[in-house]
Design a protein around this ligand. Structure first.
Ligand code: ATP
Length: 251
């Protein structure tokens, strides 16, 4: 199968006050269409840095990043946002608090639309927004006119997920998107997320500290340690993994 995106001999060095620091090193990663890759690693292992490199927030200082056969290392974050979207840990990051659920969805729907086309209004999307929120199963469809700032954390994160996927991205990055939620809500959002990924056949990388989720979800599992990918388990290898195998990477 043809890769969607790959990082070759990637390295990220930053200049600190007195020295240079390697944040990522020997980075070799090939992502195939419809991969759902769980990313594990201790605090400071480089997981968010990897997402920053993919999203264009941070440039590789050596190596290359190739998307659909073209180098994109020089491509701005804004340009990459046309094919890539990211959901953060903080429910406040992905949504505008004063805009209603429908207005937030409309904003994401129209992002990247060509201005020469007649712009459609919320009422044109009413049924679509109702259907897409109802499909989540957490009653978000009853809050279409509610400002996002008034939603519960779980509903707000599910809205962030919808906003990130409403214009189907080629690559979805989930940066500990359930971490700020209580265990039950986190479990519900994880199930919703998995459903969305399977139904829409999305390609996704997901950072988590939940070992159970890392074992349960995804077809690949990456482990980062001190800025390096130290394991890349395939679906078959993942089936035989247990929690204790994963914990051993943290000690
Ligand atoms: N722009 C930067 N300049 C200097 N150091 C940085 C920069 N970005 C990240 N770091 C450092 O790089 C290391 C990796 O950080 P990163 O946020 O990627 O870790 P992480 O695996 O996501 O950790 P966590 O699980 O705690 O979120 C940390 O030591 C961090 O302080």
């Amino acid at each position: 199968m043809k890769p969607l995106l790959s990082i070759k001999e990637g390295e990220v060095m930053v200049q600190t006050d007195h020295s240079t620091k390697k944040l990522l090193t020997n980075l070799e990663l090939t992502i195939y269409p419809e991969d759902f890759i769980v990313v594990l690693g201790g605090n400071g292992a480089g997981k968010s840095t990897l997402f920053n490199v993919l999203s264009g927030n941070l440039r590789l200082t050596a190596g290359d990043i190739v998307y659909q056969d073209q180098s994109i290392n020089h491509l701005s974050e804004e340009k990459r946002a046309t094919f890539l979207s990211r959901v953060f840990q903080d429910p406040k990051m992905g949504t505008a608090p004063r805009l209603t659920v429908s207005e937030n969805l409309l904003f994401s729907k129209k992002r990247g639309e060509k201005r020469r086309f007649k712009r459609r209004k919320i009422k044109d999307y009413q049924q679509e927004f109702y259907d897409v929120t109802k499909s989540l199963g957490n009653h978000l469809e009853t809050h279409l006119d509610t400002p996002a700032g008034q939603l519960s954390g779980g509903q707000r994160q599910s809205l962030s997920l919808l906003m990130a996927t409403i214009r189907r991205p080629d690559l979805l990055l989930l940066d500990e998107h359930t971490a700020a939620l209580d265990p039950k809500t986190s479990e519900q959002l994880m199930a919703i997320t998995n459903q969305k990924i399977q139904e829409d056949k999305l390609t996704c990388l997901m950072i988590t500290h939940h070992m159970e989720d890392a074992l349960k979800y995804g077809n690949r599992l990456l482990v980062l340690k001190e800025g390096e990918i130290v394991a890349d388990f395939s679906e078959k290898e993942k089936e035989n993994l247990e929690k204790k195998d994963l914990l051993s990477f943290f000690y």
